[in-house]
Design a protein around this ligand. Structure first.
Ligand code: SPV
Ligand code: MN
Length: 613
């Protein structure tokens, strides 16, 4: 299947491990042809063109724009069928989905057997993290999906040259994907969708799917391999954006932030007037300057398009509505124009969407009414296309991180912004993150789910080891990042949000000021909270508006009973987990004691900030 020209491209890498992987994949998937991509402009352009010729993408009216559709039942990450393969008798955590390695491999390789017959196989080389850097991890992607091969070209750095630098070593990640049997361009055998992660060989096998969170090796699947590698080697792989906050005097302060999917992560990374390095995944390493340095694992954004409009997301909106290379997925299209939910104008009542020909009122095979565009419809774009990209986004040394921000969708407990009492307390807060589920994963939305560091979906090692690594790294650097919690979703008794979407800019600048010692804070049992006067100053500076004592009291009162209930739930989750560090258990116990003492001292459920002063 491998002709002379393509064989030569592989041989030029001088890597027998790559050779073996490709030959095994050909033997298993039995493609009609194989194309090895060495990252030349011609090859990359050919992939994109073929994706349109074969119908995986369709051109839109705007130059460079295409649309791709995933199947009706393949619109989000499939958590149920994503499993870590483990040898018989071993376990990781009861919160991590696993499958027996031997039977799991047999099953998924069985589904991959002959999966590319009559199709072309694409062999691509990428680099996770910037190329030629301490952070670089080479990744070999094999797929029969032109959409996968094309969107990874937008999202990741080209890696053929990085593979040469391996000097024959087998130290790279390997991803084998097949969309399987297609009908009308989408997966026909969704019941056989499997995403199996083999930690033993740093390989992932994924079949019968197209949605990027399921199909693209380098996105969420590489996180499972990387998290294991990071814990072994003493660095971190986090589900975090990276951004820089800019204060007037030319001060630039880098933050990372972890939020469960669809909880304000990209919008925080994109706060007006600031710059972005990464929107989803970061590698962090202790650096010689005594800080943690972070890089973007990716070079592009696979972002949620819902609510992208000129008012809420002007930078992204501009990028998505002007000529440049990008892919929209699962939006509504009519005559070459794309429409999505929350775009700020009325939507047509018929067109093409992820269900095929669509009209208002149409019901899906599951009997549900189909919205014009999926709530998890997305855009794929290079970060460099955005006006607010940070000038160090491609720095191979990464950027020094002053603060970690953790946030979730929490309607009734946490304050809008707070700082942990210490690194270990911050690790506790991050490991206690709870959030209501969203359309980014298949299944019910709006249910409270526990997601330590917003990374639970992607963990491949015991929670105890993951938390232990955090605690260790905090001690190993001279200037560990400050740890902050934010909550944009606090609601009042009437169910209305207590904050405007824009308020997050003030919380960010408060955190920035804390990192430089500009602001004091009030100590509460759950962390440091801002002083009224500092927030008033920031609201005035940023929005020219008066932030009242009433707003402050309502937003920043410490809900002692709610917090006590939260930490009781958290204690239950960690009680059964093996290998949780003693230091973490002690931190959890002191958190509960502090809340108990405050409840006794004040004799009420909720205490206003001034009472802690
Ligand atoms: C997420 O769900 O966290 C995403 C999109 O970033 S996906 O690629 O589906 O994981
Ligand atoms: Mn994500």
């Amino acid at each position: 299947m491998l002709d002379e020209e393509n064989r030569k491209k592989l041989e030029a890498l001088g890597n027998r491990h790559v050779m073996r992987k490709v030959h095994e994949a050909i033997g298993l998937c039995k493609p009609a042809k194989v194309m090895v991509v060495t990252d030349s402009d011609d090859e990359v352009a050919r992939i994109r063109q073929l994706s349109m010729d074969m119908g995986e993408e369709r051109p839109l009216a705007a130059k460079g724009h295409t649309v791709h559709y995933d199947g009706y039942f393949d619109q989000a990450r499939d958590k149920a069928n994503t499993r870590i393969l483990i040898p018989a008798g071993k376990s990781i955590s009861r919160y991590i989905k696993t499958a027996d390695r031997k039977s799991g491999l047999k099953e998924v390789l069985g589904f991959l057997d002959g999966s590319m017959s009559g199709k072309e196989m694409y062999v691509r080389f990428f680099c996770l993290g910037p190329v030629n850097s301490r952070f670089s991890i080479p990744a070999l992607q094999i797929t029969d999906s032109l959409y996968v091969a094309h969107s990874e070209d937008i999202l990741y750095r080209k890696g053929y040259e990085q593979f040469k630098r391996l000097n024959g070593s087998g130290s790279f990640f390997f991803f084998l994907h097949s969309a399987g049997k297609l009908e009308n361009g989408v997966c026909a055998e969704i019941d056989k969708r499997r995403i199996y992660i083999d930690l033993e060989t740093d390989s992932v096998y994924t079949v019968n799917n197209q949605y990027a969170g399921n199909s693209l090796g380098l996105k969420k699947l590489a996180m499972r391999l990387g998290i294991q590698k990071a814990a072994r080697e003493g660095w971190m792989l986090e589900h975090m954006f990276i951004m820089a906050a800019h204060r007037p005097a030319g001060r630039k302060t880098y933050f990372t932030g972890a939020f469960p999917s669809a909880c304000g992560k990209t919008s925080t990374a994109m706060i007006r007037g600031q710059t972005i390095v990464a929107d989803d995944i970061a590698y962090l390493r202790p650096w010689s300057d005594g800080t943690l340095h972070a890089v973007n694992v990716e070079q592009g954004i696979f972002g949620i398009i819902e609510n992208v409009n000129p008012h809420d997301d002007p930078v992204i909106h501009k990028a998505l509505t002007t000529p440049r290379e990008l892919i929209l997925s699962n939006v509504l299209t009519v005559g070459g124009k794309a429409y999505w939910l929350g775009m700020g104008k009325p939507l047509p009542e018929h067109g093409i969407n992820y269900s095929g020909e669509w009209h208002k009122g149409k019901r899906g095979p599951d009997g549900r009414e189909i919205p014009p565009a999926n709530k998890n419809a997305r855009y794929t774009i290079r970060l460099q296309e955005l006006d607010n990209v940070d000038d160090r986004a491609e720095d191979p040394s990464g950027v020094p991180i002053a603060g970690f921000i953790f946030g979730g969708r929490d309607s009734n407990t946490s304050v809008p912004v707070s700082q942990s009492l210490s690194w270990a307390h911050g690790v506790l807060l991050a490991a206690s993150l709870e959030s209501e589920t969203t359309a980014a994963t298949l299944g019910k939305v709006g249910e409270l789910s526990h997601s330590p560091m917003a990374n639970m979906d992607f963990l491949s090692i015991p929670l105890g080891m993951y938390i232990g690594n955090y605690l260790k790294i905090g001690k190993s650097v001279k200037k560990p990042p400050l740890i902050f919690s934010v909550n944009y979703f606090l609601k009042d008794e009437g169910g209305e949000f207590m904050n405007s979407k824009l308020d997050k800019k003030v919380w960010l600048l408060w955190m920035e000021g804390r990192a430089h010692g500009d602001f004091g804070a009030i100590e509460t049992p759950v962390g440091y909270i801002p002083r009224l006067a500092d927030l008033q100053g920031l609201f005035r500076q940023v929005f020219g508006r008066r932030y009242t004592r009433g707003e402050y009291e309502r937003q920043f009162s410490i809900r002692l009973t709610r917090f006590a209930e939260k930490f009781a739930r958290i204690e239950e989750i960690y009680a059964e987990e093996p290998g949780i560090p003693d230091e973490f258990r002690a931190e959890l116990a002191s958190q509960r004691e502090r809340l108990q003492e405050a409840r006794e001292r004040f004799g009420k459920d909720e205490v206003s900030p001034s009472e802690f002063e």
